[in-house]
Design a protein around this ligand. Structure first.
Ligand SMILES: Nc1ncnc2c1ncn2[C@@H]1O[C@H](COP(=O)(O)OP(=O)(O)OP(=O)(O)O)[C@@H](O)[C@H]1O
Length: 598
């Protein structure tokens, strides 16, 4: 596969402005899609959309690498749909015309929901299906009957359809027009190589292949070589060598130093004193820790839901939908991506399910950190630090998405200092000479923390290992029951979000009323001021009551009190795009128009 990279040095600011100034219309997006975007409150393209959409519309193979939350999904979905809107007499329809392959079921659901909403808003007739590995052969067959126009699946499920004869290899070769590998850097690390290799011989040469990724890695290169023909490589610098830009620049990053034992106390102070904006996504490294935190917080009247791979898929999807719809403000997500617990649990649950078939199996296609678009999350809290820089980048990438702003707060124990240092040196703190891009959290005073210590330690003692184990089992039982109800319910009411609540109290005893509010005498003056400031900002952002806000709601960036205080460095925003193609392709309208290669 020939691939040429062109790298033209043009004024970066000028380039950025140009990409940002273009409208979707100027990019060549269809009028129906323009209306749909308008209804979704999406006004102008992000940088990656600005460069990718015209190329994809021209039928080019594209590898797009851009930071988390930069709008890669619409960058490929808009041209993909536009292509399918065009009625073609020679179009073969023996199998779906477009495949979108993603690494997790959560992402399947997310992309599926996005496509459905666009298709509905455009009022076009396109059949879209998503498949998952739990579906029985008959259900898979029924879903693929027709066949649909767009298929969204994990590679494993697609491979299963191929090997089971549910999808015929010849039909794919005849009909496949577009293949998208989303979150491409994850597909191989999730162990899908064999499944992808099973598909590639049947992908016709004429098929347009698109590869979307947040990071560049050897895996992405491997996939590129496996599937793409002479692709255009679009790289926004944040995923290239420029370390400073890898974190979305609209995320303010903070850290708090505390002992591992005091973490419950500190998170209580941050949340209960209202020092961060909602909604809040909290990451832990183990399922037990998630439940410990949930039980602890609920004693103080802070209700949260736990999202973990042990839960049935329907429940996980429902939790995500409810959180995205603003039905609760605190979500505790167990990020097992780098944890030894994942392997241990997989083995355990395999063994248990072989024996009794009672316990839910840990889902290997689960992933909360990568790709999931948690809507309107303002604050990400690392209750426990991820084990490496990549984990950090992807966790905090769950806020500050597209044109929104956000903040992250990491609770760092002495044992985790090494990781923090690694992250800081990666994001360029050293070069910033003191104006650290991960600043100490400025709103929490020692006095404020100490005023809560007695209560926090008392409650923490009551959250015993047995209580955690019981609540975890209880939650699982509830969710397995819920899951069946949800399955039936979703089939008839796909948009109804009110069936079940996931932030239910799990403690055996109701939370004591006196712990719900922090008495005024416990608060020192700076804390009162900080609290008031955050509250004012929340009001200004219209974020005080965010229940059931529609997609048009936008957070105002200037309302963030941490912005005023933070020392976070101003990193220059650069858009370096590297184009790879034959380079001599005179039909490249987009290139000509801008008098440069992309
Ligand atoms: N042009 C735009 N203007 C405003 N919001 C947008 C725009 N494009 C996409 N978004 C929104 O930005 C959010 C992030 O988009 P998306 O999930 O596609 O990011 P991503 O680049 O795929 O991130 P990740 O790498 O984490 O998967 C979504 O909620 C999406 O609706």
């Amino acid at each position: 596969m020939a691939e040429t990279k062109l790298n033209e040095s043009i004024g970066e600011e000028e380039e950025k402005k140009e990409a940002e100034d273009q409208s979707f219309e100027e990019l060549g997006v269809d009028a129906r899609l323009l209306r749909a975007l308008n209804k979704k409150g999406i006004a102008k393209p992000t940088s990656i959309q600005g460069v990718a959409i015209p190329l994809i519309l021209e039928g080019k193979d594209v590898v797009a690498r851009a930071k988390t939350g930069s709008g890669k999904t619409l960058a490929y979905l808009l041209p993909l749909l536009q292509k399918l809107f065009t009625v073609r007499a020679d179009r073969k329809k023996l199998a779906p015309n477009a495949f979108v392959l993603v690494p997790t079921r959560e992402l399947c659901q997310q992309v599926y929901a996005e496509v459905l909403s666009l298709v509905e808003l455009c009022r076009v007739k396109l059949k879209v299906v998503q498949l998952n590995s739990n579906m029985l052969a008959n259900d898979l067959r029924a879903a693929l009957a027709g066949p649909p126009d767009i298929l969204i699946s994990t590679p494993t499920c697609l491979a299963k359809c191929l090997s089971g004869g549910i999808l015929k290899a010849e039909s794919i070769s005849e009909s496949l027009e577009t293949l998208v590998l989303d979150e491409a850097d994850l597909l191989l690390s999730y162990g899908y190589e064999k499944d992808i290799k099973a598909l590639t011989p049947h992908v016709p040469r004429s098929c347009q292949c698109l590869l979307m990724s947040a990071t560049s890695s050897a895996d992405v290169d491997k996939l590129k070589k496996l599937i793409l023909h002479n692709p255009f490589i679009l790289t926004l610098p944040e995923v290239g060598n420029n370390k400073e830009e890898i974190i979305p620049k609209n995320v303010q990053q903070f850290w708090i130093s505390c002992s591992a034992r005091d973490k419950l106390l500190y998170i209580l102070a941050v949340l209960k004193l209202g020092l961060v904006q909602k909604k809040v996504l909290i990451f832990t490294n183990t399922i037990d820790m998630s439940f410990r935190l949930k039980l602890f917080l609920e004693k103080f009247g802070i209700r949260s839901a736990v999202l973990n791979p042990e839960l049935p898929q329907n429940s996980r999807l429902h939790i995500l939908e409810e959180f995205n719809a603003g039905l609760f403000d605190y979500l505790i997500a167990t990020d097992l991506s780098q944890s030894k617990e994942k392997d241990k649990l997989s083995k355990e649950s395999d063994a248990v399910s072989r024996k009794s078939r009672k316990r839910a199996k840990l889902d290997s296609e689960f992933g909360v950190v990568r790709g999931i678009d948690f809507k309107n999350v303002f604050t990400v809290i690392n209750f426990e630090m991820p084990h490496n820089v990549e984990g950090y980048v992807h966790r905090i990438g769950r806020t500050g998405r597209a044109y929104n702003s956000g903040a992250s707060v990491s609770l760092v124990s002495p044992d985790e200092m090494y990781t923090l240092e690694e992250i800081r040196s990666f994001v360029g703190d050293e070069e910033n000479k003191g104006t650290s891009s991960i600043a100490e959290f400025p709103l929490l005073t020692k006095n404020a923390v100490e005023s809560l210590r007695y209560r926090a330690e008392d409650v923490a003692k009551s959250v015993t290992r047995i209580a955690v184990r019981e609540s975890r089992a209880q939650d699982l039982r509830n969710e397995i029951l819920n899951s069946e109800k949800l399955k039936a319910h979703f089939e008839t009411n796909p948009r109804d979000l009110d069936l079940l609540k996931h932030d239910k109290i799990l403690s055996k005893n109701a939370p004591p009323p006196h712990l719900r509010d922090v008495p005024d005498y416990l608060l020192d003056k700076p804390t009162k001021e900080a609290r008031e400031m955050v509250k004012l900002a929340r009001d200004a952002m219209g974020n005080n009551n965010n229940r059931r806000k529609g997609p048009k709601r936008k957070l105002r960036k200037d309302g963030d009190p941490l912005k005023a205080i933070s020392l976070a460095s101003k990193r220059p925003h650069k858009v370096r795009k590297t184009g790879g193609s034959d380079g001599n392709n005179s039909s490249d309208r987009h290139k000509r128009k801008k008098n440069k290669d992309i």
